[in-house]
Design a binder for this molecule. Structure first.
Ligand code: SAH
Length: 378
């Protein structure tokens, strides 16, 4: 068994502790951390400002893990889906969504998912295991490498599909992003991030560390189906991260049925947790609402939705249901989407209806499956 420590599982303070435990000076941790995240060092030999003796010692006690995509698929709209096979043979996917030179990366937090939402493909596979911190940050690092090798063409049609692509709030609106940089991270891939907080929190700390992946905390969004106690913990431990909540229903009756988590934390408790979540300044909770034809797409639903969220700083993401095999829900009609969208807009709600990016490569919301499904359906 490999007893060596994977340094990509450690935040900077944890790395300091690890090295101090080996009698090393504190500043060594910063050097090593920067090599890993800013230089993408794959091994200790690359760390040329560290003595050979220390490098040899580190090689004995630690290693730097890595992920390389096993497959990359690119859709007609520039969306890229990355398949990663993990050390134990399980697989997860990440999705890169480039819009006007601004890249959003959607990453996975678990292999499978325990939440069993009725409409979600990942949910139908049950939970296999949590991703480690290193497996979460390595998705980002692998995609960064791919972007440098192969920057996406700049698509200018300006799809309006993203959580958190709302640049009007930060004064950087006019700047084009760099096609080779990742601007936003959303934990909206496979898994329920709040069901794996022990590994997700250090991963976010590494993402937003100025010596680490150097992402702004306002560009990291955690999406949850509504694990109320964990929402409070996330808020306590990383108060400035963006919160997205998959609401998807406006009555407990329906939500109990399509999202079993609601039986433990019903809508009222969920909304209270949203009110208590420490969002700085003018930031808003994103409410995701997967519209399913004939299920939750009526004007009555739109009215109830507005009533539920109106006293919380909010924006709404309408996601037309993406159909997948083995699931009877249907996409809503365009008329239903338009009516729902218009009802909210007319009442001054910020609404984004996601176009289905990545649909042609099964990279759209709720379609990620790793390699699991192949074994079942092929
Ligand atoms: N577990 C987290 C993050 C993963 S799901 C969460 O529930 O928020 C990311 C989003 O995709 C959620 O809003 C979910 O409701 C939505 N989703 C799941 N299956 C979908 C499907 N088939 N079509 C459209 N959206 C889907």
């Amino acid at each position: 068994m490999n007893q060596k420590t994977d340094l990509k599982n450690l935040t900077l303070p944890a790395l300091e502790q690890f090295l101090q435990g080996q009698g090393k000076e504190r500043f060594r941790a910063l050097q090593v951390f920067k090599w890993i995240y800013q230089q993408d060092a794959q091994g200790f030999d690359e760390m040329t400002n560290i003595s050979k003796a220390l490098r040899a010692e580190l090689t004995e006690s630690a290693f730097i893990s890595n992920l390389e995509p096993e497959a990359i698929e690119e859709g007609g709209d520039g969306t890229r889906k990355y398949l990663f096979t993990l050390g134990d043979g399980h697989a997860v996917e990440s999705v890169l969504i480039p819009i006007e030179g601004r890249n959003t990366l959607c990453i996975s937090s678990q292999v499978g998912c325990a939440m069993a939402c009725e409409f979600c493909l990942t949910g139908s596979f049950k939970l296999t295991r949590n991703l480690t911190t290193s497996e979460i940050v390595n998705q980002i690092m692998a995609v960064k490498r791919d972007l440098v090798r192969n920057p996406p063409a700049v698509f200018s049609e300006g799809g309006s599909c993203l959580v958190n692509n709302d640049d009007s709030e930060d004064g950087e609106g006019e700047n084009m992003g760099s096609p080779a940089a990742i601007r936003n991270i959303v934990l909206m891939g496979m898994g329920e991030p709040l069901h794996n907080l022990d590994n997700v929190i250090p991963a976010i700390q590494i993402m937003i560390d100025g010596n680490g992946l150097q992402l702004s905390n306002r560009r990291v969004t955690v999406s949850t189906c509504g694990l109320v106690p964990e929402m409070a913990r996330l808020g306590r431990e990383i108060p400035n991260v963006n919160l997205a909540v998959s609401l998807n229903a406006t009555t407990d009756e329906l939500r109990d049925r399509i999202m079993p988590v609601n039986r433990s934390y019903p809508i009222k408790a969920l909304l209270q947790a949203c009110r208590e979540f420490p969002l700085p300044g003018r930031r808003k909770v994103t409410f995701e609402y997967v519209m399913m034809g004939g299920v939750n797409d009526s004007l009555e639903d739109a009215k109830r939705l507005l009533r539920l969220i109106s006293d919380i700083p909010n924006k709404v993401n309408l996601i037309p249901f993406n159909e997948h095999e083995g699931c009877d829900f249907k996409a809503p009609t365009k008329a239903a989407i338009d009516a729902f969208h218009t009802y909210l807009i007319d009442r001054h709600v910020t609404v984004i209806t996601r176009d289905s990016r990545g649909g042609d490569i099964s990279a759209a919301c709720g379609q990620l499956k790793g390699k699991l499904e192949k074994n079942i359906n092929d």
